[in-house]
Design a protein around this ligand. Sequence first.
Ligand code: PLP
Length: 450
Amino acid sequence: SSTASPAPTGRTSNESEFARARKVISGGVNSPVRAFGSVGGAPRFLVSASGPYVTDVEGREYVDLVASWGPAILGHAHPEVVTAVQDAAALGLSFGATTPAETELAELVVRRLGGPRASGGLIDELRLVSTGTEATMTAIRLARGFTGRPLLVKFAGHYHGHSDGLLAAAGSGVATFGLPASAGVPEPIAEQTLVLPYNDPEAVRAAFAAHPGRIAAVIVEAAAANMGVVAPDPGYNAALASIAHEHGALLILDEVLTGFRVAPDGYWGLQKTSSAEPAYDVDLVTFGKVIGGGMPVAAVGGRSDVLEHLAPNGPVYQAGTLSGNPLAVAAGLATLRLADQETYARLDRMSGTLRAAVSEALTAAGVAHTVQSAGNLFSVLFAPEPARDYEAVQAQETFRFPPFFHAMLDRGVALPPSVYEAWFVTAAHDDRAVTRILDALPHAARAAAE
Ligand code: PLP
C-alpha cells in the first residue's frame, strides 16, 4: 500500500538511516558532500526545517548554517513561500508549456539586475533551467556556439557544477575529496578546459597568447566560494573581462552561489557600487540557488545577441522537461519578492556577528586562522595568512576542521561538512539561534586547537 513515510518514532537513528540508505542509494547520498566523508560520522537525516533550524530523524534540532547550500536566504519554509508553492501546486505540478509566471520571474530578474544592458544592467534576457550545472553547461555551449571556438578557461578551486568539462581542478566536493578531476571525463573533453590559478591576470594573458583565436570563454565564480571563500582581488573580474574581450572571447560570470545572496543584484552589484572596482562588462551570467528559493530553478542570462543563438531562435540546443516548472518558479518569485533591502541588511549583520565571534573564539583558543569573506559569505581558513588561490587554501591545516565541525554539531549547530564550503546565514537567524552558535564556538575552537 502507498502511505506517506512514517514520522520519526524515536527508534530510528542517523546511523541506522545511513546504513539503510547505503543499501539502495549510491554512497547513501544523492550529492557527495552530504556523506560527511571529510568530517567523519553519520550524516544527519533531516525530516523538517523551519526558519534557521533543521530537525533530524532523532528529533534533534540544529541551527542551520548550510541553508540548503545557499538558497534559503529567508530561512526554511518561509510561510509566504510555502503558500505560493501550495497555491501553484493546486493548479498543476508541471505543464511542459509556457506560463506567464516564468515571464514574470524573468522580468523581475532583469529589472533587479538593473537591465537591460543598454541602461547599465547586467542582462537583457535569460533562459530558465533547473540546476546551476545546467546553467553553466548551457552558458559554455552558447559561448562556443557564438564564438565558434573550442577552449574554455576556468580557475583552480572554482566549482561550476558537474558537467564534464568543468570538473577539472574543481572546488566543492571535488576539493573536499581531493580529486584532481573526475574519472569518466574523456581526455579530449578535459583537454578543452584550461585550468589557471585564480587572482592571477597574467596567467590569463599567457593562456590567450598561447592559444590565439581558440578560447571561447573565461568562466569565473563572481567570488570564489567553493574552496572556502576567496574573494577576487580588486579589479580582478574587470581584468578578466577586458582580457577576454581583447581576444574576442566571452566572460561568463557564475553567480549561482552569490546571486541574490550577497546583495539584491549579486556580487556584480556589490562590485558595481564599490569604489575599488572598475566597471566591467559581462557577456553571460549564471544563476541558481536563491533564484529558486529552495526549488529547482536556475538561469543563464546575458547579452541578447548571444542568447539569440539558443534554440529555437538559433543553432545552440538546450531544453528541459521541467524547465520553468510552475512550483519552482512560484518559490523563486515569492523568495525574490520577499528579499528586500532589510533582508540583505540582516544577512550582512548576521554574517558580521558570526565572523567576529568565530575569530574571537579561535584566537582565544590559540588557533591560527583567517576568516575569509566576500559580501555576507564567509568561511574559516585554518592558516594565519589570507589565501588568494586554491594552492594557498589547500596548504591550510585542514585537520582542524573535523573536530571543530563535530563540536558545533554536538551543540546543535550544523555547519557545511567540509572546510572547503562557505557558511550560509539566513534572515531568519534570530537571537536564540545566534546565542546557540556563540555558546558552541568556544568549545569548537578548543577542539580545533588539539
Ligand atoms: N556554480 C556555482 C558557483 C555553484 O556554487 C554551484 C553549486 O554549488 C553550481 C554552479 C552548480 O549548481 P547545482 O548544484 O545547482 O547544479
